[in-house]
Design a binder for this molecule. Structure first.
Ligand code: BG6
Length: 501
């Protein structure tokens, strides 16, 4: 850990919720055991359930054992460092919580450093925020930091209202808006890849790049989240945040230093340069029944809690343009969907063809494959760079081959995104968090398209989204570069090209 006073109270609103169970408690415990946080972190779970400290400790132990930690080890840690405070849902003040915080800090000799993690459904966020501020919880002798989960608002107006509310009590320097994609090692590595390798940076522009595709495909459906997903849909759930964040890292200018605000300034400039999206440049889809990995999957409209005439999109494909000197005219295709054939997050950069083909009788159609850089963010994290070579022998034949880098081969298992993000909160580093103006700018890009009244195009569960004419027009063809390259590697792609044929 970086030097500094890390002793703090980590207050989780939604202390027994799904996020606390799946991500927060295991990540905090990993920081304690792997990153040297030790006993510097004391947890206070807050929730409406009728639990006492002992019951919350045994819940925490179960969560940790489920996550693979040994029972004996987690028992002594949770007995020392875990507390619970019940706050009834309808409580109109958090004064009782305020007193409890003071008692725990006193008991553990903590200096008053506090993390308030709002792991709550968006609907209760404003009221909790208000009560937290009115109870003066943010006024502490040490530092106080507020962590807010996505979604941050549901459009530009609501995000702006939330920012106003948060800023009533917290300065922007105290606010950590989570987009967990930014905590993924491979997403962070985009900055290193771009700004530590001038080899690529020099070709990273409209002169050399034909198009960029950003794909986030999921095999999963909506699980038991119909309540949230029906009002969100893929544009709010994935595109406005995760895909747009990845886009900013791909398209941003070099910051003057590796500093949170410098980096975020450059990201905001990219978002502000995204040209208005024409209706014909966006395609919405919704999954129908189908098969994934040999298992039948239900249609979206047949999922529990989903309206049987629902128009909520589970797939979005959108063509964006970033109007800057670097990117003018280069299409960025963003696509995401649930119930696609497999889980895959990937950036495909297709480079331009040679300006003049010396291998052919005619100059304008070279017939050789473009160079493609595939950056796979998950799973099978790594890069693949495709380039052309002369296949041995005569006649002269050009073949496409690949250079590969695999994170797993080089470094083994990657740390969890939440572990990285929580460590940054404790260390006070905001680089990987979305700034208030950034969140608002990002909603502004999609605001006019959020509540689209049309029927989404149906697609069969387990296929790569709607294959309609409109989809192909908007998305520059329905072929996905990454899929084409993998098919080629699997041996069912194109044969080497004889440029003289
Ligand atoms: C969440 C979305 O933010 O990201 C989910 O709400 C989605 O719908 C998830 O499944 C995807 O995250 P990951 O890390 O599994 O790619």
């Amino acid at each position: 850990m970086a030097p500094g006073d890390h002793r703090h109270l980590f207050v989780i609103f939604g202390g027994t919720g799904d996020l606390a169970r799946r991500k927060l408690i295991p990540s905090i415990y990993r920081l304690i055991t792997e990153d040297g946080l030790g006993d510097d972190c004391v947890i206070l779970g807050v929730g409406s359930g009728d639990l006492d400290d002992d019951e919350y400790r045994s819940w925490t132990r179960e969560v940790l054992v489920e996550a693979g930690f040994p029972q004996r080890e987690v028992s002594s840690w949770s007995d020392r460092n875990v507390h619970f405070q019940r706050v009834p849902r309808d409580a109109d003040s958090l004064d009782e919580l305020s007193e409890r915080i003071a008692t725990i800090e006193d008991e553990h000799g903590l200096p008053g450093n506090r993390v308030f993690y709002l792991a709550l459904p968006p609907a209760v966020f404003p009221s909790t925020m208000t009560r937290l501020g009115e109870a003066g919880l943010h006024e502490s002798p040490g530092w106080a930091r507020l962590v807010v989960e996505k979604p941050f608002g549901s459009d530009q107006a609501s995000a702006s209202a939330l920012n106003e509310l948060v800023h009533r009590w917290f300065d922007e320097e105290q606010v950590y808006r989570i987009d967990h994609y930014l905590g993924k090692e491979t997403v962070q590595n985009l900055l290193t890849f771009r700004f530590a390798n001038p080899l690529f940076e020099n070709v990273w522009n409209r002169d050399r790049i034909e198009s960029i595709e950003i794909t986030v495909a999921e095999e999963l459906g909506i699980g038991d989240r119909a309540g949230y997903y029906e009002s969100a849909g893929a544009l709010r759930d994935m595109v406005q945040n995760h895909l747009t964040q990845v886009l900013t890292l791909v398209a941003m200018e070099p910051p003057v230093s590796f500093n949170a605000n410098q980096i975020r300034n450059e990201k905001v400039k990219v978002i502000e340069a995204i040209a208005p999206i024409a209706e014909e440049s966006i395609v919405f889809g919704q999954y129908e029944a189908g098969t994934i990995d040999g298992e039948g999957v239900r249609a979206y409209r047949a999922e529990d809690g989903v309206d049987e005439a629902s128009k909520t999109p589970t797939f979005v494909g959108v063509r964006l343009e970033v109007d800057t000197w670097r990117w003018q005219g280069v299409p960025f295709y963003l696509r995401t969907g649930k119930r696609l054939p497999r889980r895959l997050t990937e950036i495909a950069v297709t480079f331009r063809q040679p300006p003049l083909c010396i291998f052919h009788g005619h100059r304008d159609s070279c017939g050789i494959e473009p160079n493609v850089l595939l950056i796979t963010l998950q799973p099978d994290e790594g890069f693949t760079l495709r380039f052309n070579v002369k296949a041995p022998g005569e006649p002269l034949t050009i073949d496409s081959q690949a250079l590969r880098f695999s994170h797993d081969d080089a470094y083994g298992e990657l740390p969890d995104a939440y572990q990285a993000l929580i460590l940054d909160v404790i260390e006070g580093d905001q680089t990987l968090f979305v700034r208030g103006d950034e969140a608002e700018a990002s909603w502004r890009v999609y605001d006019d398209l959020l509540d689209h009244p049309c029927e989404p195009y149906p697609y069969v569960g387990g296929t790569w989204g709607p294959a309609t004419l409109d989809a192909s027009l908007a998305l520059g063809g329905t072929e996905w570069t990454g899929e084409r390259e993998r098919a080629r590697d699997a041996g069912d792609g194109t044969a080497p090209i004889d440029p003289r044929s």
